[in-house]
Structures are given as C-alpha cells and as structure tokens.
Design a protein. Sequence first.
Length: 83
Amino acid sequence: MITARQTRAARALLGWNQETLADKALVSLTALKRLESANALKVHESTRDQVRRTLEAAGIVLLTSDRGEGVMIVRTSINSAAP
C-alpha cells in the first residue's frame, strides 16, 4: 500500500506536480489530494492502486521496512533523461 508521504516524495523525485500525477494516473485531482493528505482521508483502493502503478511505471520503487518507508527512483533508458 502506498502512503501519502511516499506519494509526495515520489512526485518530488519525478519533478511532477499534483496535476501531472493525477492526469497520468487517470484519477481526479481531488482524489489525489485526498491520498496525499496528512489527515488520513479515506481514498478508494482503486485510486491508491492506480497512483502506485503509475509511479512504478515511471521508475519509482516503494520501500517499506520495520524501520520506516521511503521511495527511490530507478533510472532506465525510458526515464534516464528525468532530472
């Protein structure tokens, strides 16, 4: 499951704003804002899954361990020109 903090961090690594991620993930901007909210607002699991798959397709790897959570970007030939 992707968290609000992971979503925000992944966008930062990709240089995407909320509008860009919402467009690429085919979710509403309102739904994405709810997902990224620090208040743990309810979000449909399908929205969460669509955002996760979009970020992973862009090269994001979601990290979760007993010590915390994080993200990293893996450069491929497709996204190697990203900042």
